[in-house]
Design a protein around this ligand. Sequence first.
Ligand SMILES: *[C@@H]1O[C@H](CO)[C@@H](O)[C@H](O)[C@H]1NC(C)=O
Ligand SMILES: *[C@@H]1O[C@H](CO)[C@@H](O)[C@H](O)[C@H]1NC(C)=O
Ligand SMILES: *[C@@H]1O[C@H](CO)[C@@H](O)[C@H](O)[C@H]1NC(C)=O
Ligand SMILES: *[C@@H]1O[C@H](CO)[C@@H](O)[C@H](O)[C@H]1NC(C)=O
Length: 231
Amino acid sequence: MAQPTVISLLLVALFAVPGVLAAAVFQPRDVATADSVDTTAESFYSSFWNDGTAKVKYNNGPNGQYTVNWSGNKGNFVAGKGWNPGGPRAVNYSGTFEPNGNAYLSIYGWTTSPLVEYYIVESYGTHKPCSSPTDDAEQKGNVTVDGSVYEIWTKMRKNKPSIQGTATFPQFWSIRTDKRVGGTVHTDEHFKAFTAGGLKMGRHSYMIVATEGQDSNGTASITVGVGPSTS
Ligand SMILES: *[C@@H]1O[C@H](CO)[C@@H](O)[C@H](O)[C@H]1NC(C)=O
Ligand SMILES: *[C@@H]1O[C@H](CO)[C@@H](O)[C@H](O)[C@H]1NC(C)=O
Ligand SMILES: *[C@@H]1O[C@H](CO)[C@@H](O)[C@H](O)[C@H]1NC(C)=O
Ligand SMILES: *[C@@H]1O[C@H](CO)[C@@H](O)[C@H](O)[C@H]1NC(C)=O
């Protein structure tokens, strides 16, 4: 999460040196950062956030693959692979998602200016997001795409962790009513539905096919970027 700051500082430092050394300016950009993987045809960005109390093992596999298992029924984590920056694209993924308790399988990402955390939820465990009164969520519409109706919801997060540190920001949700694990997600249709519902997105930060667990246990094995399996 501190990565953009580090890169900015690096660029400032490097632009300050003249001539020949300036040619080296863009080299650091080509070097894989600690939490990204460069692979064959396409490189995938990998992200793993843990609130510090979740007992979770994330395995960043080759290409678009990852596995995650978690236990202990406490804490919150978000793990997965995708792109940085994210944006409109057809996201293909396949795999398994087997939670006990509260968990989400989503195309998950952030924008800045404004700061927004968004979820395109493909499947979930015991809790349908935005469904309890304590969520204080508001429905803004529906969108039918990729074989299902998705419900568009929003809610506010006050003083919560974000890619810009602790902040207050909205979450946008597009929640598939006919749950699935595997398929193609046309993110642009969800982004359009957010906009149609008056939910304004900003500049895209990362976007991953994420497994999130909250006070639960389970396993997931996901491959991003390949056609859905037929099984
Ligand atoms: C994840 O699975 C491995 C292998 O079964 C196990 O050894 C480990 O304890 C598990 N970790 C968590 C956090 O559940
Ligand atoms: C996982 O959580 C469920 C309750 O949601 C519990 O019944 C089960 O024993 C837990 N399993 C493990 C391995 O922690
Ligand atoms: C979305 O669709 C549901 C039925 O699935 C309907 O009850 C609801 O009124 C719709 N909401 C909006 C805002 O269009
Ligand atoms: C996504 O899956 C479809 C159907 O299998 C395939 O036609 C398409 O090429 C895949 N796209 C990517 C980016 O893998």
